[in-house]
Design a binder for this molecule. Structure first.
Ligand code: NDP
Ligand code: MG
Length: 384
């Protein structure tokens, strides 16, 4: 019996690589639900190939095209964010790969956890926005989360067989993004085209900009705090431009374990889909030549002030990180459209933090309200 999988965000960078892995193991994996934002052509092509039971498109204006293309194949179709969240309760899959971008991952993930599904978590924003709530829900559910994010997959792999009590520090590596060697002045004026040119990874546009501001690393510190239950002062980021060491764990006896590999998301995806086991791969191997020069340096929090937001968010807690995430989503979209400067992303976030009321112990409804309020506020600030 194959392992049935729902791929949320199947048309994106992680989604398409997830479908590669599923195709490589047809006896082991089957995509039974596919969901995308608005790219109906790619979703239809994927559905024709993978023959899921259901295909969902978040953008309701594209529904007729989806239905008309897939009805003759007997594939069920649905549209809209609610339909996507409802699909998480279907009995025809057991693992959800959450690979939509931004806040859109939160509500489907909550529903999937409540329905007892396994989560292969790519959508780190879910844990950034509502890490405390998600951790609580996981405590009440048989669901287990296996991270897809390469750093967290590395840490997860380093922790196998170890007593969590003996962990002293998590060391999260960062490539440093495209502006690592630029001056602060050059970085502040960087264009979208420059920020989209990531030196190591090919990813969706939003996470590529988050990598350029290094907010992605701040998000990954928050993600690690909730995934591994390690307090923030024991998590640090280190810049490692070669992206070979995917992250490290330091133990109380002084031992440091790391997971190394070429920068390729297929490995963490395969590890998560395989339920933290090692499936065979014919991909390029890491050669010793790749490791001839491995360098590590302190991140520059002056040039990349977004990095400081991780500790601010974790110290203040409550809805702080939810505000940061929402304001960032608006700011990144505006930066990509050329409406604000690169350093305007950080300013938009801090402006929203000063404006949106703090809630110390948010419910799910509070997170939704905070998100909507911060989106509205950030848009109004940018519109001037
Ligand atoms: P992409 O932008 O490449 O893909 C995003 C996917 O989400 C697309 O399928 C898109 O559909 C879909 N989508 C967008 N908006 C919605 C919505 N409102 N409802 C439902 N689906 C939606 O992103 P990535 O694959 O790069 O990233 C996905 C997630 O994985 C992010 O959270 C990111 O941080 C995380 N991640 C990504 C890594 C990578 O290497 N790419 C590495 C580590 C983590 P459509 O194509 O129709 O727009
Ligand atoms: Mg990462």
């Amino acid at each position: 019996m194959p392992h049935n999988i729902a791929v949320l965000g199947s048309t994106g960078s992680i989604g398409t690589q997830t479908l590669d892995v599923i195709s490589q193991f047809p006896d082991r994996f089957k995509a039974t639900v596919l969901a995308a934002g608005s790219n109906v052509d790619m979703l239809v092509a994927q559905a024709m190939k993978h023959r899921p039971a259901l295909a969902v498109i978040a953008d309701t204006s594209r529904y007729a095209e989806l239905r008309d293309a897939l009805a003759p194949l007997g594939i069920e179709t649905a549209a809209g964010p609610e339909a996507l969240a409802d699909a998480m309760e279907r009995p025809d899959f057991d693992t959800a790969v959450t690979a939509t971008v931004g806040y859109s991952g939160l509500l489907p993930t909550v529903r999937a956890i409540r329905a007892g599904k396994q989560i292969a978590l790519a959508n780190k924003e879910t844990l950034v926005v509502a890490g405390e709530l998600i951790t609580r829900l996981l405590g009440e559910s048989p669901s287990r989360v296996i991270p897809v994010d390469s750093e967290h997959s590395a840490i997860y792999q380093c922790l196998v067989g170890e007593d969590p009590e003996t962990v002293e520090r998590l060391i999260i590596t960062a490539s440093g993004g495209p502006f690592r060697t630029w001056t602060a002045e050059e970085t502040a004026r960087a264009t979208a085209a420059q920020a989209l040119r990531h030196p190591r990874w090919t990813m969706g546009a939003k996470i590529t900009i988050d990598s350029a501001t290094m907010l992605n690393k701040a998000f990954e510190i928050i993600e690690a705090r909730w995934l591994f239950g390690v307090t923030p002062e024991r998590i640090r980021a280190v810049v490692h431009p070669q992206s070979i060491v995917h992250s490290m764990v330091e133990f109380r006896d002084g031992a440091v374990k790391a997971q190394l590999g070429i920068p390729d998301m297929h490995l963490p995806i395969r590890y998560a889909l395989g339920d933290a086991t090692r499936l065979p791969s014919a991909e390029r191997r890491l050669s010793l030549a790749d490791c001839a020069t491995l360098t590590f340096e302190e991140p520059d929090e002056v040039k990349f002030p977004c990095l400081t937001l991780a500790h601010l968010a974790l110290e203040k807690g409550g809805n702080t990180a939810c505000v940061i995430n929402a304001a960032n989503e608006v700011a990144v979209a505006a930066f990509l459209r050329g409406e604000i400067t690169f350093d305007g992303i950080y300013r938009t976030i801090t402006d929203a933090l000063d404006h949106i009321p703090y809630i110390a112990a948010p419910t799910l409804d509070d997170y939704v309200a905070t998100h909507n309020e911060a989106i509205g506020y950030a848009k109004s600030v940018i519109a001037g």
